[in-house]
Design a protein around this ligand. Sequence first.
Ligand code: IMP
Length: 422
Amino acid sequence: MAQGKVDALLGIVFGDEGKGKVVDYFTPRYDVVARFAGGPNAGHTIIFEGKKFVLRSIPSGIFDEGKVNIIGNGCVIAPDLFMNEARELEAAGYSLTERLHISRRAHLILPTHRVLDRAYEAAKGKAKVGTTGKGIGPTYSDKAARTGLRVGDILDGFTQKYERLKARHLQILADLHFTDFDITEEEQRWLEGVDYMRQFRLTDTEIEINRYLAEGKSVLAEGAQGSLLDIDHGTYPFVSSSSTTAGGVCTGLGVAPNKIDKVYGIFKAYSTRVGAGPFPVELFDATGDRIRDIGHEYGAVTGRDRRCGWVDIVALRYAIIINGVTDLVMMKSDVLDTFDRIRVCVAYEKDGVRTEDMPYDTEGWQPVYEDLPGWQTPLTEVRSEADFPPAFSAYIKYLEDVLRTPIAIVSVSPDREATIIR
Ligand code: IMP
């Protein structure tokens, strides 16, 4: 952590890498914690002082008195869901209004964006993305089309702007013959949420964050989703609609590339994916079920089963390059404790063609594996590298060699102390 710099903490595969735990571990060192992309499609589970919280839009530094938390311009916010989340924190005794700053340039998710999300998915038939249904895609579409509503609009001529955009959405829904919705109640809550948001610091966080950096403060950019869900670099069209990679830190917060210092790339000792889309390492057998059961791989937002597979070097290597990862963080290593053989996907193969580079179209590629011996020893009580079973040390060494990037942190159980710095 360097003064006057931004460190980024990013999930580098398909999200759900366990960022919540790492952010929780990291935040005490930073002055400012900022979210730069995504919205309530995220679900960061944080256990703080024995209580469990799922943060969706609010940065994870919110539990700490002295920290500034920023929801950056690259984010999208649903006022009703934001209100629920904030009230829950307030009820638990955390005061937010001074500590949470929201960019006026962040975009608002309207109730009709959520209906559009459903309508577009329904229209796609078999090619569904399997979205979280939170209106993410339609909101970013309006942003790109220059028709969106921003947080700053809450403060100026809001009703008229809202009604205009809503009418536009209703017209699109009528054109699609999508009638399966009634937003009356939801809209009431949403408008209440808009009112509720007015008490927060709705400000130019882009200027603020640069002022903090000039004063020598340290900033942690907290990622959401994962690199392979990035709108540009992910497995398009099976992606989310924001820039989840390191470039998104710059555009989503208004910080220059030369302000970024460390880029921590978080991955699990195996792979998971929620929703549709190519996933070459997916296991359809009992091994996949076993990883899901032991790793509790069910979605934090939608409760869906996560698809599971072995670690994917092709994907990781690609994400390391795209993000400029300086340090890797390996999560949930203990989930593999009981396996006698650990497989590692080192390349993809299709029609006799082998590639170690992420292909343009990941559909139809088969994984090429190398096998390593399992450690078959419980890791959850291990607190120091000296106590790693030799086969686990060999797994780490193998990954570091093929990824040419150090694994700086290893997590061996959900406990805060089970985080081993190497
Ligand atoms: P959307 O972000 O709701 O539009 O969903 C697009 C794709 O991203 C779907 O496959 C979702 O399952 C996936 N996705 C969105 N947010 C997350 C997340 O926080 N973790 C994992 N997958 C996510």
